[in-house]
Design a protein around this ligand. Structure first.
Ligand code: SF4
Ligand code: SF4
Length: 449
């Protein structure tokens, strides 16, 4: 697969924040935040503007200083709706006074303190998963024996982590040290593909005196950065379907997530901006940009010199696992690792009739040794029970099968649909079993009266 890492030599630039940001309240897995501000309020950079009061979730902060002009409802790329806070930027960049660097020595800091700092900084998995980082740490304490920093960045086009490792490797390493402390571990594995040897060299030089880190140079192979592939490459342990990395003693964090954790400790600034690779044949000057959360995609493309061709497909994230966007005014969020704008000629037309020609390519490329072609057929006719037999739940949604399919079969989308349905069925079964158990125990209690 051609890597298209066109921006690997392009230094990260700070993009000036736009006149207006639109900050979604749902940028993490879990309960969306509730706006904590109202129209007319003045806000400062780093101030909480949305909060989650129960369940899984983390706060959302303002990425600029200015005035709240609207609380709107916006449609996310996955079709769900969420509230969003619109802020007019006053361009003063006034930092919220409540933000302070963490003063204690790391050695004297407890796991609870670390978890609380990460939670209140609104940090999520920045590789695109957007799972709240504090919850990931919390659930792995005592279980994880191996901390892995994922620097594979195996998706074509994306070079944001690669640049971060070249330009500021210390922030990634220092973030990893904080995670080691939280998890009471003594060793951290850094996993990186062999197409980033310049970054490997930097890390080796920086860590030559440290016995906390092991650097693993992995073969450049999509989807090497997938958690299952990574665990297997490092430990030769296969993560069973339905299990989390912590269940096999591993905990994996993205490189930029580590850097953001360090920033929150070092400066007090929560997650209000992130590095985004902007590329695709439509973009005049592809770049790596540090962008304020809430910046519209249109402004990002404008900052990259605008468009060479009309956009045929706009993708948030990588071309394999990213999500197609229909709205160029949609904002950069915590999970936006890349913004790729492709012309019609660079993409397969939407109107191509899908047809399986039984070439078997999808089977050859599947990293999970599945039968993507059969899964697609059965999902298409709603036979999710057979998809289950064909182990649909093991699909890591890497998109490799769809990518190689000459028949334009939307294999990954069909498998995702089957997985969603199977998950919903499982939830319903669990709810019914819980209700039945409750009824039985109530009846038993009545009989005993
Ligand atoms: S998306 Fe396709 S290639 Fe990737 S794991 Fe799923 S079935 Fe296999
Ligand atoms: S790659 Fe496409 S055309 Fe080939 S077997 Fe798989 S689904 Fe059919």
């Amino acid at each position: 697969m051609d890597e298209h890492k066109n921006t690997r030599g392009v230094q990260i630039e700070n993009m000036p924040s736009p006149d207006k940001v639109t900050i979604p309240m749902s940028q993490h897995i879990g309960t969306p935040a509730t706006p904590a501000v109202k129209v007319g309020d003045t806000v400062e950079k780093g101030q909480i503007i949305g909060n989650v009061f129960s369940g899984l979730g983390c706060p959302v902060h303002s990425s600029v200083s200015g005035k709240v002009t609207a609380i709107t409802t916006m449609m996310l790329a996955n079709g769900r709706q969420c509230k969003a806070v619109e802020i007019e930027n006053d361009r003063l960049d006034t930092v919220y006074a409540g933000l302070q660097p963490f003063k204690k020595r790391l050695g004297d800091t407890s796991a609870e303190e670390i978890i609380e700092i990460i939670r209140s900084a609104g940090i999520v998995g920045m590789g695109g998963a957007t799972f709240p980082t504090y919850a990931k740490i919390q659930s792995a304490i005592g279980k994880a024996q191996r901390l892995i920093i994922n620097c594979a960045e195996c998706e074509p086009y994306i070079t944001a982590n690669h640049r971060l490792l070249l330009e500021d490797p210390a922030s990634v390493v220092n973030g990893a040290k904080i995670l080691l402390k939280a998890l009471s571990l003594r060793k951290c594995d850094i996993a990186i593909e062999e197409n980033k040897m310049d970054a490997v060299k930097k890390l080796r030089k920086m860590l030559s005196e440290s016995d906390l880190f092991d650097i693993h140079v992995l073969k450049t192979k999509y989807p090497q950065g997938d958690e299952r592939q990574l665990i297997y490459a490092l430990t030769r342990v296969e993560l069973p379907t339905g299990k989390l990395p912590a269940d096999v003693g591993c905990l994996i964090f993205n490189a930029e997530t580590c850097a953001t954790i360090f920033k929150a400790f070092h400066t007090g600034m929560p997650l209000v901006d992130r590095i985004v690779t902007v590329d695709g044949d439509c973009v005049k000057t592809p770049k790596n940009l540090n962008i304020a959360i809430g910046t519209p995609f249109s402004k990002v493309i404008e900052y990259c010199g605008g468009l060479k061709y009309p956009i045929g497909r706009l993708i948030c994230g990588g071309p394999m696992m990213g999500t197609a966007q229909w709205d160029i005014e949609a904002p950069v969020s915590k999970g936006t690792s890349a913004l790729l704008a492709f012309s019609e000629k660079a993409t397969r037309p939407y109107d191509q009739e899908p047809v399986c020609i039984h070439c078997g390519r999808c089977i050859t490329v599947c990293p999970m040794s599945l039968m993507p072609t059969s899964l697609a057929v059965y999902s298409n006719i709603g036979r999710y029970d057979i998809c289950d037999e064909y182990d649909a739940m093991s699909c890591v949604e890497c998109g490799a099968c769809s990518f190689v399919c000459p028949g334009a079969v939307p294999i990954t989308a069909l498998i995702r649909k089957a997985k969603d349905d199977l998950r919903a069925q499982n939830e319903a079964k669990k709810a019914m079993a819980a209700a039945a158990a409750k009824k039985t125990s109530a009846e038993t209690a009545e009989d005993g009266d």
